[in-house]
Design a protein around this ligand. Structure first.
Ligand code: BDR
Ligand code: CA
Length: 311
């Protein structure tokens, strides 16, 4: 199984991504979950990650708390989408499993130094603070990372927290800048992809039909999560952003994109956090990311439902 670290700020869609990974033990070996402040403050994301582990019966999972604020800015959160706890929706018990001692950044560095080079994949579902800090503290880890698959950014689709910026990149643009300059092979799942993956009624109904406790809790989470987009945009559900990262590892053929240069805007007040994607290769700048744009939405939901049913 492919070794992964999931770096996350749960978030209902982060929870769905973690569940997808737990439902795929033949393909994915979750070495650890590292939390970061993002959708909600760190105390909640660290709580929520453990709740998801317990919900899935995976209490042996190592969960580490990480950065509680971006590298150079004040934290911006997204309770307007995720609710006060970040996992609003179902009734959830407080977690009983403990956080691991130590910081996410150190776990990431130690794991990459310990495991054979080129075997560990980083899956990032939130602001890139922990990864940016790890690369800053230990530049030797960069060539050891097999691949970094991230949910973040948007280009033709624009932004979701400002007109120009997607939330994960906007919260910590300095960290994103470090990551995109690091030379690590990047796969980027932007809003251009995730906005095609709506939690339509028929899809959520299929999840509910699984009938297990984790599937039921997930349905209640998604019913809370989607209300923001439904009320604000009249859309056919909420966009299931973060599970794209895990789905890519399981079935890359569901996604289509191009190798592009991507740079992060860190200076402009108006467009800070924008992912400037050279989709048309108008510059000679180095192609530093595989940027996805299209997805087989039905195939994605089939995969999700198949794997949720295995938990
Ligand atoms: C991203 O921001 C968060 O609200 C979601 O969990 C996702 O990671 C989408 O912009
Ligand atoms: Ca997230």
């Amino acid at each position: 199984a492919r070794k992964i670290i999931i770096d996350t700020d749960p978030g209902q869609d982060d929870a769905a991504a973690i569940m997808l990974a737990f439902g795929s033990p033949d393909e994915l070996d979750v070495l650890g979950i590292t939390t970061v402040a993002g959708n909600v403050p760190l105390s909640f994301t660290s709580r929520n990650a453990r709740i998801v582990c317990e919900l899935c019966g995976r209490t042996e999972t190592k969960v580490f708390a990480g950065a509680d604020a971006p590298i150079a800015r004040t934290l911006v959160t997204a309770e307007h989408v995720h609710g006060k706890t970040g996992l609003d929706g179902p009734e959830l018990d407080e977690p009983t499993m403990a956080l691991q001692p130590g910081h996410s950044v150190d776990f990431i560095i130690e794991t990459l130094r310990r495991e054979e080079a080129g075997t560990v994949t980083l899956c990032t579902l939130g602001p890139l603070t922990n990864i940016g800090l790890a690369l800053q503290k230990a530049p030797d880890i960069a060539p050891r990372i097999r691949e970094l698959v991230m949910m973040g950014g948007g280009f033709f689709e624009g932004g979701n927290i400002t007109p120009a910026a997607e939330f994960n990149i906007y919260v910590d643009p300095e960290a994103a800048d470090i990551v995109f300059r690091s030379g690590v092979p990047i796969v980027m799942m932007p809003l251009d992809v995730t906005h095609k993956l709506l939690t339509r009624k028929d899809r959520v109904k299929r999840m509910a039909e699984i009938g297990t406790a984790p599937a039921k809790a997930m349905v209640e989470m998604l019913e809370f999560f989607e209300r923001f987009d439904i009320e604000k945009y009249g859309s056919d559900g909420g966009p299931l952003h973060d599970p794209t990262v895990i789905a890519y590892l399981l079935k890359p053929e569901l996604f289509q994109g191009r190798d592009c240069n991507v740079e992060i805007e860190v200076r402009s007040e108006l467009t800070v956090g924008m992912t400037v994607v050279d989709w048309w290769h108008v510059t000679e700048r180095k192609r530093n990311a595989k940027v996805m744009r299209d997805v087989d939405a039905d195939g994605f939901f089939d995969l999700l439902i198949e794997r949720f049913a295995r938990i």
